[in-house]
Design a protein around this ligand. Structure first.
Ligand SMILES: Cc1ncc(COP(=O)(O)O)c(C=O)c1O
Length: 362
């Protein structure tokens, strides 16, 4: 089976982990500090704070921004659960915006309709590896004096008019889950140019301790291990090459997925897409349905996935906050999207086989 996602772990990562294990400094050691410094430099930000997941990155950032009970935070409905669950963890309420039918990213018009006196932040997601409309969102947030958070969990190394994700708003939140563009096993990072915000995040991720055994707030243990950071340091060196390979496979698919009724990803001028996922739309004009295509590919040994089958405004857990039926584009996409294997370990012959299989069944 050609998997739809998988990490690329080699001898260098294994050696780096062995080095940490031999050192005995498994947590809060030199590798985490080095990874933070190098990741910040990569993104072009002044600060980076390593954490143990992308969800923790979002949660700690929201807490450090003072988001809590009574606040509303606008998030897209078409994204992974953690974009919104992290808002709920603070006591605030996620408000679900619809998305753009071409880029699948948060819709600027939808945000305008949802702003209220209680809106305290907006989280934009660089979905599948393409940056959202940063300038328009910065303007909306700037006018109200509220922070804009980048959920960059799927967009390491993507660029908006030459600027790296993580350096485009108040803070950027990354995930290093194994299928992401780079991994630490589990892990995350917050990037920011705001020194005070970085300092507060460091307190929240370390039991609310600005100094040892002095607890000034109820924080969490969201710290990254040095084992994860050692993997991350190796993966960061490979990130650009990984992204180039993803872009190459995406360009190959763009040129070869030609069936009627199948739409390939739209890249907005000025955006550098890093294809965390290569997501096609199987519209009603296609000879077969999205689910039939997924089954046919599976029968040919090709893994695919649906990101995401249920938009967040339809999730049972968000029943209280959702205005059902208010995100028609997200609803439609949930029935039409299909992710094809685009990770860097997909070989030339595998991608040729994937295209041959799609062409045969559509
Ligand atoms: C858009 C988005 N946000 C947040 C997260 C949460 O990251 P993690 O799984 O590392 O907690 C993910 C991970 O899948 C994601 O895709």
């Amino acid at each position: 089976m050609i998997p739809v996602g998988m990490p690329d772990i080699g001898d260098e990562e294994i050696e780096a982990v062995a080095g940490v294990l031999r050192s005995g400094m498994l947590a809060q050691g030199p590798r985490t500090a080095e990874f933070e410094e190098k990741f910040a430099r990569y993104c072009g930000t002044d600060h980076a704070v390593a954490v143990n997941s992308g969800t923790a990155a979002l949660h700690a950032t929201l807490l450090a921004l003072g988001i809590g009970t009574g606040a509303e935070v606008i998030v897209p409905s078409f994204t992974f659960f953690a974009t919104a669950s992290s808002v709920c963890m603070t006591g605030a309420r996620p408000v679900f915006a619809d998305v753009d039918p071409e880029t699948f990213n948060i819709s600027v018009e939808s945000i305008q309709e949802l702003l209220t006196q209680r809106t305290r932040a907006v989280i934009g997601v660089h979905l599948f590896g393409q940056p959202f409309e940063v300038n328009a969102l910065r303007e909306i947030c700037g006018e109200r004096g509220i922070p804009l958070i980048e959920d960059a969990a799927q967009a390491h190394g993507a660029e908006f008019h030459g600027m790296k994700t993580g350096n485009l708003a108040t803070a950027g939140c990354f995930s290093f889950y194994p299928t992401k563009n780079m991994t630490t096993g589990e892990g995350g990072m917050v990037t920011t140019n705001d020194a005070d915000l970085a300092r507060k995040i460091r307190i929240f991720i370390n039991h609310g301790q600005p100094e040892k055994y002095v607890h000034t707030c109820l924080g969490y243990n969201f710290r990254m291990t040095d084992i994860g950071a050692a993997i991350g340091l190796v993966q960061l060196k490979k990130l650009d090459a990984y992204n180039i390979r993803r872009q190459d496979t995406a360009a190959y698919y763009d040129g070869h997925v030609t069936a009627d009724g199948i739409e390939t990803p739209v890249v907005v001028p000025g955006m550098t897409h890093v294809y965390h996922q290569y997501v096609i739309r199987v519209t009603p004009e296609c000879r077969i349905s999205r689910d039939q295509l997924a089954i046919a590919l599976r029968d040919n040994g090709i893994g695919t996935a649906v990101h995401y089958p249920i938009p967040l405004h339809r999730q049972p857990v968000f029943e209280e906050c959702a205005r059902k039926g208010s995100c028609p584009v997200a609803d439609r996409l949930a029935g039409e999207v299909l992710s094809l294997p685009v990770h860097p370990r997909v070989t030339d012959s595998e991608r040729e086989y994937i295209i041959k299989s799609i062409t045969e069944v559509t």
